[in-house]
Design a protein around this ligand. Structure first.
Ligand SMILES: Nc1ncnc2c1ncn2[C@@H]1O[C@H](COP(=O)(O)OP(=O)(O)OP(=O)(O)O)[C@@H](O)[C@H]1O
Ligand SMILES: [Mg+2]
Length: 293
């Protein structure tokens, strides 16, 4: 029987304690320009996954403007910095949000992570190892643009979701992000979301323009996750700190997120070889190439 989203939300999912559980899939949500809807999409997609009975950790990796806690309406006390400075356990800084989703408020420390001494990084990596297998998916809400701290998270991901709007600056900045990702890692799959669109056709046509540009100048492909329409429900849900997939389970926007999430899950992920654990993957990208030869 298919049950409505509203009925399922709120049910605590029992942890999957099966032996030999696979490593979590890491999906990074990013953009060239800021303010295009990364956090709204990250939060609602994570809650949708949780509702599909997947166990999700959402990492707030926006080092300047992290606001996942606000969007989810939860209070955070500690960040990664406290794990390093005060020996607090990583599992103690993870807060539980709506639908029992786990949130890592990495915000103020994720930039510092890249400059840390190896001894601290090892400590952090060990803590991460102890928790990462609890999750099916790790959703990383990055900052906008091409700062080293953002790219480290992108290049450690299995899949990258790039959010664009029809604002010309969003398009040119997104192109710059794709160019740098491809320069560093040709294998990492990128999916586009056209957000704040007036119609589905406008969203698809924006993707086609972008895709043509990427094929022509970068000799590469990007896929399409879909279109999110401009919708008052989305802006309102941010204001009142109530994610719409929970509070408006039958809304068009919720259905859109459901469809987009399924498409993103179906996309082939990058083969990460024997890369060790999640944190190693984020911090092993210290030498990022910004220029295209
Ligand atoms: N499809 C949409 N329809 C209407 N409003 C939207 C839509 N998507 C996002 N918004 C609104 O746009 C604003 C910016 O969204 P959000 O904070 O998710 O963007 P962001 O890319 O994470 O921004 P930043 O780069 O500052 O982190 C919010 O007020 C949000 O409610
Ligand atoms: Mg944001």
């Amino acid at each position: 029987m298919v049950t409505g989203l509203g009925k399922e939300i709120g049910i605590r999912r029992e942890p999957d304690l099966k032996q030999g559980r696979k490593k979590p899939e890491i999906i990074a949500i990013t953009s060239g320009k800021g303010g295009v809807g990364k956090s709204s999409i990250s939060v609602n997609m994570s809650l949708m996954l949780q509702n599909m009975r997947k166990k999700v950790l959402i990492i707030d990796a926006d080092i300047h403007l992290g606001n996942i806690d606000l969007i989810m309406g939860v209070r955070t006390e500690y960040t990664l910095a406290d794990v390093l400075n005060d020996g607090i356990d990583l599992s103690d800084i993870i807060v539980t949000g709506p639908s029992n989703i786990d949130i890592l408020p990495a915000a103020s420390a994720s930039g510092k992570m890249l400059e840390m001494e190896d001894v601290f990084l090892k400590r952090l990596a060990t803590s991460f190892k102890s928790i990462e297998n609890n999750y099916d998916y790790i959703i990383v809400d990055t900052g906008a643009g091409v700062a080293q701290s953002v790219l480290s998270f992108l290049l450690g991901a299995d899949k990258i979701v790039l959010v664009i709007t029809s604002d010309p600056a969003s398009i040119t900045d997104a192109y710059a992000v794709i160019k740098i990702i491809k320069r560093n890692d040709l294998d990492i799959p990128i999916m586009l979301i056209s957000n704040m669109m007036p119609s589905l056709e406008a969203g698809e046509s924006l993707y086609k323009r972008m895709s043509l540009m990427i094929r022509r100048f970068l000799k590469s492909d990007i896929e399409f996750a879909g279109t999110v329409l401009k919708d008052e429900i989305i802006s309102h849900s941010i204001k009142v700190q109530k994610p719409f997939v929970i509070h408006s389970p039958n809304a068009t926007a919720t259905n859109t997120i459901r469809i987009l999430t399924k498409r993103i899950l179906q996309m082939d992920k990058k083969k990460q070889g024997d890369k060790k654990n999640v944190l190693d993957r984020f911090i092993s990208n210290k030498k990022i190439k910004f220029e295209w030869d």
